[in-house]
Design a protein around this ligand. Structure first.
Ligand code: TEU
Length: 550
């Protein structure tokens, strides 16, 4: 049986992965064609972001029909072929279930808008506080009010995301049954995992004004969320021990995650949390430019690593996904130490306790896209905020600088397969521009180069399979306050692993407090390692993984 603690998940954003038919959009057949690449990386699962019928206002996170495949991505036959071919290579598929909301084009919402009371109760309709005043002051995650007025009812519906993504009413048992049916349908197609989109937002609490923030405290980790997840688990995937599930937890707390992903809680296998990816925000405010806070990054990662272990709960560990800027641009150094820093960052995550996720292109060291004009951006969140920032009085230039750092499009430019035309992604015109640096950052070149970031990631994935201490070991942070080094120790049945990472471009000497000569280096991003007694001399962005068995 596949052990998710030894597994690595590869995330595919189909629209930008590989275009098999020249229409400029990636598709399911494109994934099938590239399965050998994913197998060679060593991934056990592929998480594919939504490819269901959708108006694509939020690139498929606005689902119109959960049972059908958007023709832009292919057909059900294409999906079945993908599942078969993946299976032949020992790779399992993990689908993305967007159950907090549906597209307003979903049949349920259309019926609601026709005044069908049963379907109105699938969503969250409320009276305004006064004429022209929404029920609460909550803000949409994509900017503006979270409520949209519907004239014919003189009511508003809730949308925590885009106005075309209406929140479902999970308190209605019929909604929960319908969602269970969808899960069972895809289980029947042979998938072996699910990622549940923003699943900690499904249970809304009191509908009150938030005088402290944007409203999130009223619906995040809400009153019935654990009960609803247990119910979903028991009614569907919980019956299959081989299934893995991961919940995307927006602004969550550790205490809730012990339960979401607890060994005995019968909710989910693991959680994505995002606190470590807000260390370059100002509080919850993403649309600002501040340098990343290294100490905070360590403190958060260490806290999640140790506390989740203490409570026998499991993390998903990751830097990148389709909503995050590229990690090497964010916490590394693309100008001078692109390769070193990309490898170091990969090491940090892959040696941690948890199931690592690699987002397409991360294994190549793909960087932020470098867009300089609004016409290049596609993401609804970026387009909205470009306007909002200027409405707040920022200059256009400043708005561009912020977008360049934080836009979700940074991760959505096409996968860089070759140094040739359109990076080998499409024969046609891509839906979003290819990054110029594909001439030197691309899979074809990196496959041939033993020293490439890709070759290094392959080793990282293999390490977890070879060394039980990585999969099962305890986690202990070392030298917590060191201003430039992140170091930690993993221990398991007489095995010890030391992971030592320099996060900066300056050399530094790290003292371990134990004799490093007793260890052997099983991976590093420089050819040799300069360790002596209890000291490691670290070059810019140097990392090393040291191992010993007592
Ligand atoms: O994202 C949830 C979410 O709140 C964030 O990742 C969000 O995109 C970002 O923090 C805003 O700054 C999930 C999906 O991953 C994302 O692609 C969807 O847009 C969103 O849910 C709505 O379904």
């Amino acid at each position: 049986m596949a052990d998710f603690r030894k597994s690595t998940v590869y995330q595919v954003y189909p629209k930008s992965f590989y275009d098999s038919n020249g229409d400029g959009l990636g598709d399911l057949r494109g994934i099938t064609e590239k399965l050998d690449y994913i197998r060679d990386l060593g991934a056990d699962y592929i998480w594919i972001t939504p490819f269901f019928v959708s108006p694509q206002n939020d690139n498929g996170y606005d689902v119109e029909d959960y049972y059908k495949i958007d023709p832009r991505y292919g057909t059900m036959e294409d999906f079945e072929e993908l599942a078969r071919e993946a299976g032949k290579r020992g790779i399992r598929l993990m689908l993305d279930m967007v159950f907090n909301h549906t597209s307003t084009r979903h049949e349920w919402f259309r019926k609601a808008m026709e005044g069908d009371e049963a379907y109105k109760d699938f969503y969250i309709f409320r009276k305004g506080k006064a004429p022209g005043v929404p029920p609460t002051n909550w803000e949409s995650k994509f900017g503006g009010s979270a409520w949209e007025y519907v004239e014919q009812f003189d009511e508003y519906y809730l949308h925590l995301f885009d106005v075309t993504q209406a929140d479902l009413n999970w308190d209605n048992p019929r909604v929960r049954e319908e969602l269970q049916k969808i899960v069972r349908f895809w289980m029947g197609k042979g998938v072996k995992g699910f990622r549940f989109d923003v699943v900690n937002l499904i249970s809304k609490g009191a509908f009150e004004d938030d005088d402290q923030g944007d409203g999130r405290r009223f619906y995040t980790d809400g009153p019935h969320v654990h009960e609803y997840l247990k119910e979903l688990n028991e009614a569907t995937f919980g019956t299959d021990a081989e299934f893995i599930t991961v919940g995307e937890m927006s602004s969550t707390t550790l205490e809730n995650c012990y339960r979401y992903a607890g060994e005995d809680s019968h909710e989910l296998s693991m959680v994505f949390s995002f606190h470590h990816l807000k260390v370059d925000f100002m509080g919850n405010e993403k649309w600002v430019i501040v340098p990343f806070d290294f100490q905070k990054l360590k403190d958060i990662l260490y806290e999640w690593q140790t506390k989740m272990a203490e409570h026998r709960a499991w993390n998903a560990v990751f830097w990148c996904n389709h909503d995050q800027p590229r990690v090497v641009s964010r916490f590394g150094n693309v100008k001078k130490y692109w390769k070193e820093s990309a490898k170091m960052l990969g090491t940090v995550v892959h040696c941690m306790r948890g199931t690592p996720y690699i987002y397409q292109g991360e294994e190549l060291g793909m960087t932020n896209c470098g867009f300089t004009d609004i016409s290049q951006y596609r993401d609804v969140e970026s387009l909205n905020h470009f306007r909002i920032l200027q409405d707040k009085g920022l200059s256009e230039e400043n708005a561009y600088q912020i977008l360049a750092i934080h836009s979700r499009d940074n991760s959505r430019t096409p996968m860089q397969w070759t140094g040739g035309r359109q990076a080998g992604f499409t024969e046609g015109e891509p839906w979003i521009q290819v990054s110029e640096n594909h001439s030197f950052i691309n899979a074809e070149d990196e496959e041939r180069d033993e020293d490439s970031i890709l070759s290094y990631y392959r080793k990282l994935v293999q390490l977890r399979k070879d060394y039980d201490v990585i999969a099962y070991g305890d986690f202990e942070p070392l030298d917590v306050r060191n201003p430039s080094v992140m170091a930690y120790k993993r221990t398991w049945e007489g095995q010890e692993l030391l992971v030592i990472c320099n996060f900066y471009g300056k050399e530094t000497v790290w003292s371990s407090g134990q004799d490093l000569d007793a260890f052997c280096c099983i991976l590093g991003n420089y050819e040799d390692q300069r360790t002596e007694k209890d000291r490691a001399a670290l070059r810019p962005y140097e990392c090393m993984v040291l191992y010993r068995k007592k």
